[in-house]
Design a protein around this ligand. Structure first.
Ligand code: SF4
Ligand code: SF4
Length: 135
């Protein structure tokens, strides 16, 4: 992708406030790869089997972290903090720099409706090079 072509070529404002809203409140899937499953299980001191039974759901041949049925909160959300923060899935580490959030300005504004860090008045301007490195 040519950097000059995209609508956010001048960068985007984002700063995570740690509000935790991206981990709860709406149905979704925090996908985990096999490597991530191994790393998280090890971090928690669980066998893969124990971890899978307690924390994973299989969806169309892929694995996602379980979420609470009523609140849709990720089961690793503790207050506003992530209990597996150092080994959280790549998907969590790269939010909000997801292709679907960056497709159009409207998609970015849509993500800003639940993520208060997007376009936050105190957020620094993140250059496009950094955005693409993080994606
Ligand atoms: S793993 Fe952590 S960062 Fe990812 S959705 Fe769950 S609580 Fe949020
Ligand atoms: S919703 Fe946005 S500001 Fe809040 S924790 Fe998630 S990334 Fe950070």
């Amino acid at each position: 992708m040519e950097q000059a072509e995209v609508w956010y070529k001048n960068g985007l404002r984002f700063h995570c406030t740690g509000c935790g809203k991206c981990c709860t409140g709406q149905p979704g899937f925090a996908w985990v790869s096999l490597d991530e499953i191994v790393a998280i299980a090890e971090y928690l001191g669980l066998t893969i089997d124990q971890f899978a039974k307690k924390h994973l759901r299989e969806v169309n041949g892929r694995y996602a972290l379980k979420e609470h049925v009523e609140t849709y909160a990720c089961t690793f959300l503790d207050g506003k903090a992530c209990r597996i923060y150092p080994v959280r899935p790549k998907q969590c580490k790269t939010f909000p720099w997801w292709k679907e959030n960056l497709k159009t300005k409207e998609d970015w504004e849509e993500a800003a409706r639940y993520c208060e860090g997007i376009n936050h008045p105190e957020a620094p301007l993140i250059p496009i090079s950094e955005i693409h490195e993080t994606m």
